[in-house]
Ligand binder design. Structure first.
Ligand code: NAP
Ligand code: ZN
Ligand code: ZN
Length: 348
């Protein structure tokens, strides 16, 4: 077994604290990654605090992982020692159902194996995430990362990046499309970068007037305060797509109203409370609401290659592992620019 250092939540109401545990010895298709950076996703906070129910403790959160391959199993084909590699939100799946054979493992018929807050396929071992010094993962769920990119900025691509890239691709965003992004956090800021790179006219919908300058720096063409009813009314039926990356409880109708004929609301934000939707707002303009969960292994590699080609990384605030509880509190105050990333050297 491989001993690792980590930070874990032991209950929904206690702060994350140091935690040591062991990773499995490498199987033939496994890769051992020495973790350099681990991004902090709002899903980490939702799950550490059991906001979605069913959390499993102790929980080592973290599913935005980048590091160096330090060992490979005997049958590993795509990685060598010294490669820069990423691990995201999944570490396994059934591998035989239709979604799995189509490399859409996030929709595995049996349920994917999440990087943490779930059990591995043996149904006994608790999967533990990236707030740790090393991870062992089957190479199918490990991605090649270009050394051209800033590594701390790459980590958030493994969740915030793929979670926004995938629905924008699904919506077939093309030059000239009018795309609004709701919520300028980790996911939202990546959505802006991708939609701009895909050629869309991008509008940021934010509750924080202080973020306007940053939104424009990220490439957004317009900025609308989503609590300003008059400004929102002016944009009714205007957009082809609204990507909802809001973490807190909110009203879907406010964003639905902004969609023009056959407009799509791409939902990635996962607040604790169920939203309310008025069917009259849905039938108007034949609007549709589409949910999207991260992205499959092939698409994740495609997204990382796209980022390398276009020189896209996340804007990050690098923190020490010991700062994680303060980082969570700041995240709840929408005070993140625009992703906390843990420098794992702080734990080694
Ligand atoms: P984040 O960095 O904390 O950003 C969320 C942003 O949402 C905030 O910065 C804020 O932006 C806005 N916001 C928060 N509460 C709001 C409210 N009550 N009303 C309106 N706007 C509000 O979070 P994140 O890491 O980007 O994650 C966003 C959501 O996506 C989370 O719920 C997370 O669990 C979910 N998620 C889903 C998937 C998936 O596969 N679908 C994957 C990863 C994460 P402004 O200051 O601009 O208003
Ligand atoms: Zn995430
Ligand atoms: Zn499957």
């Amino acid at each position: 077994m491989i001993p690792v250092k980590a930070y874990a939540a032991q209950s929904p109401t206690t702060p994350l604290t140091p935690f040591n545990f062991e990773r499995r010895d490498l199987r033939s298709h496994d890769v051992l990654v020495d973790i350099l950076y681990s991004g902090v996703c709002h899903s980490d906070l939702h799950q550490a605090r059991d906001e979605w129910g069913g959390s499993i403790y102790p929980m080592v959160p973290g599913h935005e992982i980048v590091g160096k391959v330090i060992k490979t199993g005997s049958e590993v084909k795509n990685f060598n020692e010294g490669d820069t590699a990423g691990v995201g939100v999944m570490v396994d799946s059934c591998r035989v159902c239709k979604p799995c054979t189509n490399y859409m493992e996030q929709y595995c018929a049996e349920g994917m194996t999440g990087t943490y807050n779930g059990y591995e396929r043996d149904k006994v071992t608790i999967a533990q995430g990236g707030y740790s010094t090393q991870i062992v993962c089957d190479e199918r769920w490990v991605y090649q990362v270009s050394d051209k990119l800033d590594m701390a900025g790459v980590a958030p691509l493994l969740c915030a990046g793929i979670t926004t890239y995938s629905p924008l691709k699904f919506a077939n965003i093309k030059p000239g499309d009018k795309v609004a992004v709701a919520g300028l956090g980790g996911l939202g800021h990546m959505a802006v970068k991708f939609a701009v790179a895909m050629g869309a006219e991008v509008t940021m919908l934010s509750t924080s007037s202080s973020k306007e300058k940053d939104a424009r720096k990220l490439g957004a063409h317009h900025f609308v305060i989503s609590t300003d009813d008059e400004a929102m009314k002016k944009h009714e039926s205007y957009f082809n797509v609204v990507l909802d990356a809001v973490s807190g409880n909110h009203d879907y109708e406010k964003y639905l109203k902004l969609l023009g004929v056959q407009g799509k609301m791409l939902v990635v934000g996962l607040p604790a409370e169920d939203p309310k939707v008025n069917p009259f707002e849905l039938i108007k303009n034949r609007r549709c609401i589409i949910g999207s969960m991260i992205g499959g292994t092939k698409e994740t590699q495609e997204m990382l290659d796209f980022c390398a080609e276009k020189n896209i990384v996340a804007d990050v605030e690098v923190i020490a592992m010991q700062y994680i509880n303060e980082a969570y509190e700041r995240m709840l105050k929408n005070d993140v620019k625009y992703r906390f990333v843990i420098d794992m050297a702080s734990l080694k």
